[in-house]
Design a protein around this ligand. Structure first.
Ligand SMILES: [Fe+2]
Length: 243
């Protein structure tokens, strides 16, 4: 039996082909979402998902020429397939502040962003210590907003530092879309505050930054892209209560 077929039965993949949303190119499976930005000299993959989506994602990527991989942060559910794609020639871009986080989850121990996530947070610590992505070194480590590195590489985009979930968490702003990694989430099929952060204060500052930017679309690391109009009240309510 074909393995992609079997995984797809258990964990159906949704892409922009089946469900077009704001012209955003995405591959969503098993609660993880990866994105493509087309550039002048090749394509940029934003995040790579966990091992379960390796084959399906690989098949989807056959239509693209991946030159760069931008990791919104170095958690296993975002960087697991980065080393494999790097071996095929793609260059990895990662924040300097997440250097050393790959395979060392507890070097940036996350805290629950709401008391109800206390138990879930313990599971994160366990999973983070057990599921360690294949090792890689990024080809480009950036600081801050990367001094226009994406534009230099031929992508119509800029890096937006969105620390909090991890210290190096960062997003990409391209036209009407903010690709925000885990700075915000659509994990439960509706817009919500990410359940874990290494620094709650930095996460709240990043949420304020997202409000300032007010993109038309938010493309999160978990869940399908959503219109920012749906996310805004959730962020504002959270910051009113806790910010
Ligand atoms: Fe994460």
């Amino acid at each position: 039996m074909d393995r992609i077929w079997m995984i797809n039965r258990l964990m159906p993949a949704v892409t922009d082909r089946e469900k077009p949303l704001g012209g955003i190119r995405y591959y969503a499976q098993g609660g993880m979402t990866c994105y493509i930005l087309r550039g002048k000299r090749g394509d940029l993959l934003i995040d790579t998902g966990l091992f379960q989506i390796r084959r399906g994602l690989g098949k989807w990527l056959e239509d693209y020429r991946i030159k760069h991989i931008f990791l919104t942060h170095a958690h296993a559910d975002h960087d697991w397939n980065a080393a494999g794609l790097q071996a095929k020639g793609a260059e990895i871009i990662l924040s300097e502040r997440d250097r050393g986080l790959n395979r060392h989850f507890m070097s940036q121990p996350v805290k629950p962003t709401h008391p109800k996530y206390f138990l879930r947070n313990l599971t994160q610590w366990m999973n983070g210590s057990i599921f360690r992505s294949p090792a890689y070194k990024a080809d480009i480590y950036f600081t801050g907003s990367g001094e226009g590195i994406l534009a230099e590489l031929g992508y119509p985009a800029e890096i937006v530092p969105l620390p909090g979930h991890t210290y190096g968490s960062a997003g990409i702003l391209s036209g009407k879309v903010l690709y925000c990694g885990d700075a915000f989430t659509a994990l439960w099929k509706h817009p919500d505050i990410t359940p874990h952060a290494v620094s709650i204060e930095e996460m709240q500052d990043s949420l304020r930054r997202i409000l300032e930017i007010s993109p038309e679309w938010l493309a999160c690391g978990h869940g399908l892209p959503l219109r920012f109009a749906e996310a805004r009240p959730v962020i504002e309510a959270y910051l009113r209560k806790r910010g």
